[in-house]
Design a protein around this ligand. Structure first.
Ligand SMILES: [Zn+2]
Length: 330
């Protein structure tokens, strides 16, 4: 067991790229009996058909019975309210004639996404449909079961410029008056929108918009509250706000004082993963040429879902499973 502890310490010092490779190696060791073709057969399967009967989307009752299949989807009848439903009822896929298209659209989002204009050509849909689909998919993820940061966790904030881009209609997006640019005020002002990013060494990442201008404990709470395992150790820069958040949530706290040049405390406690995450996030966001602040959180969730599914063997299916096939209610 000592050896395991030692290895765990070593693992904690790996970068997220190294962790991805390690995870694949371990998965291979743990599943020696899986044939190479198995994952591909799973990937081409249509919408997953859960073996367990889902609860009724209308009344929440789990007193349901199977009612055959239609177009490869399981159908059910609720014995409490008599309503009929299928696997996709109440998910973002419900009522969409081109459900397979939406799945493919989501699969492209798993790879980083393409411009809405490109989507209109690739999927033969209008600009407003492409826009709706993008956010419909992300709405599904917003209801997916929440994950937690465990072990050594890192948190930090980064800023995006406030933007009212495309506020009235999608059509207006064609000619934005101003793209990107720099804040006119010096320091942190209301022109800047903080995003709190938390990650751990298992590859988990949680991010979200945290108010406007300077962040408060409440803002951090909004993003990371209940999302950090109580046994975790939270590493941040010496920002008093994060210290207060950790204290309020009774989480062990390790400040890393960057200003004094001490980037690494006790070898494993550093915030290099979250700092590199900020860089990757900014690089990815650049492709959208500025998004409206109103929608910024959706993009943060999108990025989180990409990070969450990237190390998995079947990234696309996992991305779809955690977004478009999620029940939006019940
Ligand atoms: Zn019912």
């Amino acid at each position: 067991m000592d050896q395991v502890e030692h290895i765990a310490d070593l693992i904690a010092s790996l970068s997220s790229e190294e962790l991805t490779v390690l995870r694949q190696k371990i998965a291979f060791l743990a599943l020696p009996s899986i044939k190479p073709g198995d994952s591909t057969t799973q990937a081409t399967q249509p919408i997953s058909t859960p073996k367990e009967k889902p609860p009724c989307p209308a009344c929440g009752s789990s007193f349901v019975k199977r009612a055959g299949k239609y177009r490869g989807r399981n159908r059910y009848k609720c014995l409490s309210c008599s309503k009929r439903f299928n696997d996709l009822t109440a998910t973002p896929l419900a009522g969409i004639h081109s459900g397979d298209k939406l799945r493919e659209f989501a699969a492209r989002m798993a790879e980083g996404g393409e411009s809405l204009r490109k989507s209109t050509k690739n999927f033969d849909i209008s600009l407003s449909t492409a826009f709706k689909w993008r956010h419909k998919i992300l709405r599904g993820y917003s209801v997916a079961p929440a994950r937690k940061l465990k072990g050594i966790a890192e948190a930090d904030e980064t800023f995006f410029l406030y933007s009212e881009k495309g506020d009235k209609s999608v059509q207006e997006r064609r000619k934005p008056r101003k793209r990107g640019g720099k804040a006119t005020k010096v320091g942190i002002s209301d022109e800047q929108v903080p995003v709190v990013v938390g990650c751990d060494r298992q590859g988990e990442m949680i991010l979200g918009v945290a108010g406007r201008g300077r962040i408060s404990v409440k803002d951090i709470e909004q993003v990371l509250g209940k999302r950090v395992d109580p046994r975790a150790v939270l590493c941040t820069d010496s920002h008093a706000i994060f210290r207060a958040f950790a204290k309020a949530n009774r989480i062990k706290y390790k400040p890393v004082n960057i200003r004094k040049g001490r980037r690494i405390v006790g070898k494993v406690n550093h915030i290099q993963h979250v700092n590199s995450a900020h860089t990757r996030l900014k690089t990815w966001m650049a492709r959208f040429k500025g998004v409206s602040t109103k929608r910024l959180d959706n993009y943060m969730q999108w990025y989180g879902l990409m990070e969450e599914t990237k190390p998995l063997d079947d990234t696309k299916e996992a991305f779809i499973g955690r977004s478009v096939t999620q029940r939006l209610r019940n």
